[in-house]
Ligand binder design. Structure first.
Ligand SMILES: *Cc1c(COP(=O)(O)O)cnc(C)c1O
Length: 399
């Protein structure tokens, strides 16, 4: 029998720290490894499997579209692309859409659109203000936007014109603004950094500042979008609207797709030929994402994320005192549990033994971003498994 982990070490570029599991099958909130062991999946494909694994609605859409038309290129009009674009426009504060294949690509497009707009509307302004610890992807520009030195310093020189300010600090964003600035870009919740929620007041303050200064507010909703935080888009919590929003992950439920959405006046800066893609928005991806998004909205999946997420957070909060939990952060089904010591790697390994998959964004925190169809019983199961793993780790409560 092939040792897949051994094979990976021989033929795959060694850039990702993987959990030593070979996953072969998924159903709903469960995945199976090649040994036949089953796990409660609280990683959800990095906040991507919104409807869980192999949802019938996705299987149906993929199968039907695969038998009809898989790919054509954007030289032609295709119907699923336009239906999905219309759906997103109808269900967001934005007016126009451009589809890409990933969150990174969507963010590249956002920067290009902002710069194109700045050239036309703001005297050539090009500067983007991003946040410390933010995450926007791995292309050179997306990595430059990312506020983690370890993701980019090895690849200098980076994209010029990008500055970073502390997250949740309105005054810092104001101080960093110059006549060259064209946009402020951030995540409504910094996911990769360990689930740090932007205060609603901070987002409202940024919106107001951008309005006063004639800047664009770009929200990266790649992780927070598609119902993850309990509303369809996370900006709804703050009662604001971005000028540009990027999406990916959950909107496709697991099929690779990204999207750049913008207000009409901003999108108008792009001229024909300014941007493009071969795969982006192809019929297979958009038909699948359309089925996912329709199901999300029609079955109030964001409402489920809100209810089960609130319940899960409350149960996790109650672990304080009994276990060395220092903080529970998040919104909806994007949650981090932080501990008073660097136990996340060991805890993750122990949880694998107990039958649950989690992510470890920092040495002291685990991140939960399960399918949005998670039930309250499964939330209870997750907390029980977490307690069992903590017990086996033999860590006591903080005193
Ligand atoms: C995952 C993520 C990205 C990058 O998306 P890819 O599809 O991996 O390119 C960008 N921004 C945020 C907020 C993300 O969580």
């Amino acid at each position: 029998m092939t040792n897949w982990i051994e094979l990976e070490s021989q033929v795959y570029m060694q850039v990702t720290k993987r959990t030593p599991l070979v996953l072969v099958k998924g159903q709903g909130t469960r995945v199976w490894d090649d040994q036949g062991r089953v796990y409660l999946d609280m990683v959800g494909g990095w906040a991507t499997n919104a409807l869980g694994h192999c949802h019938p609605v996705m299987i149906e859409a993929i199968t039907r579209q695969a038998q009809t038309l898989i790919h054509t290129s954007n030289q032609f009009y295709t119907i699923p692309q336009l239906e999905l674009a219309k759906f997103l426009v109808d269900h967001s504060a934005l007016d126009r859409v451009f589809f890409a294949n990933s969150g990174t690509e969507a963010n590249e497009g956002a920067v290009k659109l902002a710069r194109r707009w700045g050239r036309q509307e703001r005297d050539g302004a090009f500067g983007i203000i991003a946040t410390h610890h933010g995450f926007h992807g791995r292309s050179l520009t997306a990595a430059t936007l990312t506020g983690k030195p370890q993701y980019k310093d090895q690849f200098a020189p980076l994209t010029p014109g990008i500055d970073h300010v502390p997250f949740n600090d309105l005054e810092a964003a104001k101080r960093a603004t110059t006549s060259h600035t064209v946009a402020i870009m951030l995540e409504p919740i910094q996911g990769e950094a360990g689930v740090h929620v932007a205060d609603d007041d901070y987002l409202r303050g940024l919106r107001q500042w951008c309005d006063e200064q004639g800047l664009l507010l770009i929200l990266d909703e790649v992780q927070t979008g598609a119902g993850r935080t309990g509303t369809l888009w996370a900006y709804e919590h703050a009662g604001i609207e971005p000028d540009i929003m990027t999406v990916a992950k959950g909107i496709g439920g697991g099929i690779p797709i990204g999207g750049l959405l913008a207000k009409g006046k901003v999108a108008a800066a792009f001229q024909r030929g300014d941007h493009g893609t071969t795969f982006g928005g192809n019929p297979l991806a958009t038909a699948t994402a359309l089925a996912v998004m329709r199901y999300l909205v029609e079955h109030d999946i964001p409402g489920n994320a809100a209810r089960v997420g609130a319940y899960l957070m409350q149960r996790l909060e109650s672990l304080k005192g009994r276990w060395p939990v220092t903080e529970v952060r998040g919104r909806g089904l994007l949650i981090a549990v932080d501990f008073d010591r660097d136990l996340s790697a060991e805890l993750q390994a122990k949880l694998v033994e107990e039958g649950m998959l989690v992510n470890t964004p920092t040495p002291s925190a685990i991140r939960l971003m399960p399918p949005l169809i998670l039930t309250q019983d499964e939330a209870d199961e997750a907390v029980d498994l977490l307690e069992r793993a903590l017990e086996k780790l033999g860590v006591g409560a903080t005193t």
